[in-house]
Write a new protein. Sequence first.
Length: 355
Amino acid sequence: MNRIDKIFNEIKEEAKNCEIKYNEVLYGNTYESIFRMGFNVVENNNVSKDLFNFYIKDSDLFIKRLQEYVYYASKIYNIELDDYNIKKLLILLWANITNEEMLNIDDFVQKYIDFINNNDLNGLCGNTEISGLGKINFKFDKQSYKQETPYCFNSYFSDIINGHEEIYHLPRISYGLKDDKCYIYAIQNKEKNDDTLLYNELVKKKMNSLNSGVKKYRNVSPSALTSLILFLFILNSYNINDIEVVCNLPIRHQNRRLVNDFKLKRDYTIKSIDEIEKLKLIMENEDIRIKDNTILKFQNNFRRLVNHFAVVLSVSPNELNENLFLTINSMDSNNYFIKEIVNNIEMRKDYGKSL
């Protein structure tokens, strides 16, 4: 049994109890942490009724791919390959698996190897001029191994006003490239904007013009839509027009539920049984609400695009595949703000400081 095989088997056994232990190093001190995640690797038909079931098609190939993934991940994330870091990399890898991919985790690992090695857009940066608001700056960049994908797209408005740079951050897009397809995993706010500032109010007013003449999916965040339009236009300029939107990461949702359950157990000694049951019901309902709302809001960003561009949006006939599929035929639009975004883009490669 080699090193990777040994560590994976350790994770596999701990996952049966939904508590995977690993070490974190902070300020030179080592602390034991727990990632709450439960799954069962199906062997000899030992299918679990309570946990997610992972299926390995070829054990030797699977371990070989895990070795490759750990090697490439250590390079892109600049991580020393000791047992602690290998375990963390593998734990967080499984957090990004979909229900369909659980049926063949060999191919899932290969997909993430491809994500790391397809770095064609990494370092691409530039800006586009926006009337009265300066520019939207952007950069394709690496991100933390704790995120859904190795690469991301960052963008923000900026302008110099009275000698001071004003900035309005747009949501970050987490993506991976495999062959000629882009997989989008998240559109998330990473930086907080001060909405009381005049410049930010003007930016929001400009972005709200995206709603002009739109009747369906008006509740989509204009900032998320602005970031997405710029991102997709750049992909289109590189002839990347097939998009798969990864809508549901069940392990991440499971982790939040297990953490909530742990908090209830921790508080059990200071609360009555009735209080515990009420809290549990509240947390379960809130977890369902957050999950459904998060998935729906994410999907609606892409459903909204049909109001602006010649795109085809579809779903898979396979009920286990919960993703959306987007094909871009044209990025031409009658919306004045969209024309501003896409008509003045300047691009270059820069591997220096992240945005």
